[in-house]
Ligand binder design. Structure first.
Ligand code: HEM
Length: 419
């Protein structure tokens, strides 16, 4: 028998409100205080274990130890995730559904989405030349809404772009909000699911013809691990698991533009357009800037790890932001240094902005390669294909709002196409 260790425990009946105060640093601050990568607190009225760092990430992604069903807070289901999607599945049902997502991620699919993205940047920037100023965040959401719909085969009229961009944006902008913003997110989820359910019906009734390799088609006809066609509401949720996060890459595009501005010595290196340089820069954007603070699971069965007892069903949070900034794994974690990725060993557990572990059998983000590729083509476009001025504006970003964004959303003026 190994030695018993007590998990350091934060006092208090419920510490949920402290997440609002400490924001992205909620777990990392406690890691410093308790000098432990495993600690206990109380959140949303129940005991919760918080994990941070490479070793505990490895533990968190052990499917024999953690499960996802019943882990996501109800509020997030009403806006961000929906009900019945891949995030809440375990075991065979999860592997089967995840394979559907991963089947869209081969080289040809990635090249297609990169080409679509470049095309949208080109047509948008032609329009921007005659505008006094544009807000990069809003424009990126519109660009990526069109990319996402084109790529998945979802029909989208030009006149619909603004409305759908706002709706899809609401799903991730409202996930951690309260009050009116949260209600707007719920309303947008209902509307977006209805939109996609109607399309699934039309595909199944042969009222829309589209290529068989488009996600709208494959998801509409997908059968679950027991051979049953998915309910149209679940297909809609899964299609939103493609459309919503593609649009959410706008957040990273804004942070990329911010980094270009704030770290000119690094962005000057991008002028060669070299893929390796773009890759390191976007990796550092994903490491350095905040997006998702943590992800959640529940303990599957009682187990013991390093002397710590984990009891069945305990809510467990894995610190994504904190692991990316953990001083044991990252030198000068609060400096923006793309070249750190020159020597990074590619571990699936120390750099986890979109989750860690394996894609096929774990819950790691299905769209990580798409994210990197869309970020690279967008960054290259911003640095090498257009020129613009940034007027005086508030470029600060919050460490407590989720998702965080540069306050001004990046206002650009005097946009010119480079010769
Ligand atoms: C804005 C960039 C993105 C960020 C920050 C992000 C982040 C994440 C995170 C943190 C998870 C959960 C990991 C876990 O719980 O272990 C996740 C899961 C997921 N993401 Fe992303 N993601 C992004 C883009 C995308 C894109 C572009 C797609 C699809 C085109 C996508 C599809 C998914 C899916 C389907 C899952 C669920 C995977 C599963 O449960 O097995 N994401 N993402």
């Amino acid at each position: 028998m190994g030695e018993e260790n007590r998990i350091p425990k934060e006092e208090g009946l419920d510490n949920s409100l402290k997440i609002l105060k400490d924001g992205y640093r909620f777990i990392l601050n406690r890691q410093h205080r308790f000098q432990s990568n495993v600690l206990e607190t109380r959140l949303l009225g129940e005991k919760a274990i918080c994990l941070t760092g490479k070793e505990t990430a490895k533990l968190f992604y052990d499917n024999d130890k953690f499960k996802r069903s019943g882990a996501a807070p109800k509020k997030a289901q009403k806006t961000l995730f929906g009900v019945g999607g891949v995030q809440g599945l375990d075991g065979e049902a999860h592997h089967h559904r995840k394979a559907l997502f991963m089947s869209l991620m081969d080289k040809k699919d990635l090249q297609q989405i990169v080409d679509l993205t470049r095309k949208q940047w080109e047509s948008s920037s032609v329009k921007w030349q005659s505008e006094k100023s544009v807000e990069l965040y809003e424009e990126s959401k519109k660009i990526l809404t069109q990319v996402a719909c084109d790529w998945t085969g979802v029909p989208l009229k030009k006149s619909e772009v603004d409305k759908r961009a706002e709706q899809l944006g609401d799903l991730f902008e409202s996930a951690a909000s309260l009050g009116i913003k949260h209600l707007k997110g719920r309303k947008s989820r209902v509307a977006a699911e209805k939109w996609l359910e109607d399309l699934v019906e039309k595909v199944r009734e042969d009222e829309i013809s589209l290529p068989e390799d488009r996600a709208l088609y494959t998801f509409s006809w997908h059968k679950d691990h027991e051979g049953k066609l998915l309910d149209k509401s679940v297909v809609a949720v899964e299609l939103l698991n493609l459309l919503r996060p593609i649009v959410a890459i706008s957040v990273y595009i804004c942070f990329s533009a911010l980094a270009v501005h704030q770290f000119p010595e690094e962005s000057n290196k991008l002028k060669t357009g070299e893929d390796e340089r773009l890759q390191r820069f976007v990796q550092e954007v994903r490491r350095y800037y905040p997006f998702f603070p943590f992800t959640v699971a529940r303990v599957k069965e009682d187990f013991n790890w390093e002397g710590y007892t984990f009891e069945k069903d305990t809510l467990t949070l894995l610190d994504l932001y904190g692991t990316n900034h953990h001083p044991d794994f990252w030198e000068n974690p609060d400096r923006f240094e793309p070249d750190r990725f020159k020597t990074w060993d590619g571990s699936p557990f120390d750099f986890i902005p979109q989750g860690g572990g394996e894609f096929d059998i774990g819950h790691r983000c299905a769209g990580e390669w798409i994210t990197i590729d869309i970020m690279k083509v967008s960054l290259d476009y911003l640095v090498n294909s257009i020129s613009y001025d940034l007027p005086k504006q508030d470029l600060s970003f919050s460490m407590t709002e989720m998702p965080s964004l540069p306050e001004s959303r990046i206002i650009m003026e005097n946009i010119r196409l480079n010769a």
